[in-house]
Design a protein around this ligand. Sequence first.
Ligand code: ADP
Ligand code: MG
Length: 560
Amino acid sequence: MSQRMQGQPMIILGEDSQRMKDQDAQSHNISAARAVAESVRTTLGPKGMDKMLVSSMGDVTITNDGVTILQEMDIDNPTAEMIVEVAETQEDEAGDGTTTAVAIAGELLKNAEDLLEQDIHPTAIIKGFHLASAKAREEIDDIAVDVDTDDEEVLRKVAETSMTGKGAELNKELLGQLIVDAVRAVTVEADDGSNVVDLDYVNIETQTGRSSGESELLRGAVIDKDPVHPDMPDTFEEAKALLIDEPIEIEETDVEAELQVDSPDQLQQFLDSEEQQLRQKVEQIKDVGADVVFCQKGIDDLAQHFLAKEGILALRRVKKSDMKFLREVLGASIVSDLDAAQPTDLGTASIRRDEADELFYVENADDDVEQHGVTLLLRGSTEHVVDELKRGIGDALDVVSQTVADGRVLAGGGAVEVELARRVRDYADSVSGREQMAVEAFADALELVPRVLAENSGLDAIDTLVDLRAAHADDDPRAGLDVFTGDVVDTYEAGVVEPAHAKEQALSSATEAANLVLKIDDIIAAGDLSTSGGEEEGGAPGGGMGGGMGGMGGGMGGMM
Ligand code: ADP
Ligand code: MG
């Protein structure tokens, strides 16, 4: 830097930009992040409440799912968005535990705020959190129970624990079993003996109108389409199925071509040739041996008529994803050019029509073909019920498949968190300096889970925690809260079982997010900080939190 530039104030920020430093910046960020985390706390656990989210378009979502809530909320604050990312990472990596991850991140920041007030430097806090998180994850491995991945009972418990509170309650056993069956149907053993679960082969379909107890698992696909012609057959024990992704229509020779018709004869000739073309296509379909055609594109009216006359069932405009799924289910190929279709491209299917629901059930009917896909057909009385069921089932599928792949589970209901807190506190003694306080603060934050589970069940959080700590001190590492009775029980025995991997992930993403927020000591905004995103002027203490979260307040009404 040249002599001349030194000493002279250099203006690099635009006139409208705002800047916030050190404590101001920290407390601004922490408040924003905490506000988001706290907004989902009341949904934690089986007794957690649901949220009703109304989008700006008026669409209503009723859910208990952390990541769904945060994604639907119109959050317009960069720090708050970091917390949303915690939920998203958790969803991607583990599929469940999103509320837990977000709530812990919020609690870490709350405890960090206390430490900052005691003049402990952010760097020490970050270091302490980091150490504690690593220690906790190490201890998870020690606490975790290794399970036999063929043990259906454990898998069912994992599914049921994940589903409780997600609208699946009434038919927990049935749905749990369906999930376990679905995961097992798509599990293959890798060369090294480990289990690989490919959830891409589990399709979830939803149907409104019947109770969730009538949900079922199909070893195949469900296609929500009508036959193109009423005279077509709709049931086959064993049909040869052709999957085609080109239209069964007249091929346009040239877009520019203009038809010159000088006489009625010529027109008739032209129409005859069109008819001829379509007839030929249907002939080809018949010759290749197809009884059923799944067409991704359109089918000409005349071709529909010819197909019906041949006794061939045809469905048109089948979704691309359904086509791919059918390919897996039937072990067939998707044909792109009818002229090149071969009998070997076809699959063998059994096809049933469910008139009431206007669905086709397509299952593989060839024992020699390896069966890949299953479909979970979820039923529920209304759209909202089915949607929430679908989210709950999606989480449960994820955790069951993780358990099958990973083989480690934990006692839920806060048991693992209290045990980890105890061990992390022990560990704090070996940490020197101010980091020690951060390690202890981390342990305290873990206990948020049983506290909130108790609160959400209408129990006294302090009493519950005292009881839990006593049980753990008494060498009962699986003592957790039974939210239905309010008792401290061995939650593992009680069937509240969670996958270890999801918990590890929740701790690491919560810690990373908290540390990310704590590292920031300077906010430079290209605009007014206190109003960015919000229409109304916030003017709230804490550096414009009110305005900064304005978008959220507006979108959420008075829900928080
Ligand atoms: P998340 O989004 O974090 O998965 P949930 O609302 O699904 O949030 O709640 C998960 C928590 O509820 C876990 O701590 C789990 O152990 C606990 N839980 C689930 N079922 C029970 C139960 N029957 N009794 C006590 N706690 C339970
Ligand atoms: Mg859950």
